[in-house]
Design a protein around this ligand. Sequence first.
Ligand SMILES: [Zn+2]
Ligand SMILES: [Zn+2]
Length: 226
Amino acid sequence: MTFDSARLLTKATSRAKSDVANKLVGMFLHELSRKLSSEIGMRVSDASYTQAVVGTFGSNCAYCERNLEADRAAVEHLDGMNRFRVGLHIVGNVVMSCKRCNNQKRGDDSRVHLPLERSGWESYLAHDGSRCEPGCKTCLYWEGIWSERETRVRKMFLARERITAFRAQFSKAILCGERARNNHKASVEALYRDGQNFASNSIKKTVSAALIDILCNAGVRPKNVD
Ligand SMILES: [Zn+2]
Ligand SMILES: [Zn+2]
C-alpha cells in the first residue's frame, strides 16, 4: 500500500484549533494543581513524594514493571491531564511509566466514555484480553508483554493493587482529584470550547486584515474577502 500523504496533509490543516484549546485545558489543570498542592502542603517535586514513588515502584514502570533505565521513561498521570479525564499534577496522581505504556494509555485517556473502568489508569490495566472485542489494540499490547494469560491477568491485577495502595497514602489529594473530575468537568469543557472559538474568531479577523494587504501588494485582485 502506498503511503497516504493526502490524508495527513488534510488532517494537519484541521488540527491547529484543537491544539490551542488542549493547551488551554493543560494550562488550567496545571494552575489548579499548583494552587491545590500549595494548599495541601505537598508537591510532586518534594523529596518525600519522589521517595514514596521510588519506594513503591523502584525504577520500574508503574504499569508493566519494565525497567525504566532500559526504556525511555515518562512522567505519567494516572488520571490523564486532558479534558476527558481532568487529571491533576498533584501527589498521588503522578508516577513514572515507560514511554510505551504512556503512549498506549492514551487510547483509553482520550475516550469520552471509558470502555472498562471508572478511571483511565484502571481501564488501562483492565485490558487483559477477556473484556474487549477481539483485536483491541491495548489488549494486544499487554499480550505482547505477558503472553501467558494467567500471568498477564495476575500481573495486571497486582499493578492495580500496587497503585491503589500507593494512592491511599495521599487521601486528601485523591479526594481533590475526584472532586475536580466529578464536579468541574463541565467548566473544563467550556474552557476548551471557548479556546476553539477564540482561535477561530481571532484568526479569521486577523487573516482578513492581512489578506487584502498581501494580495494587493502582489497585484492579485481578492476574490473571497469577508
Ligand atoms: Zn510500561
Ligand atoms: Zn482491550
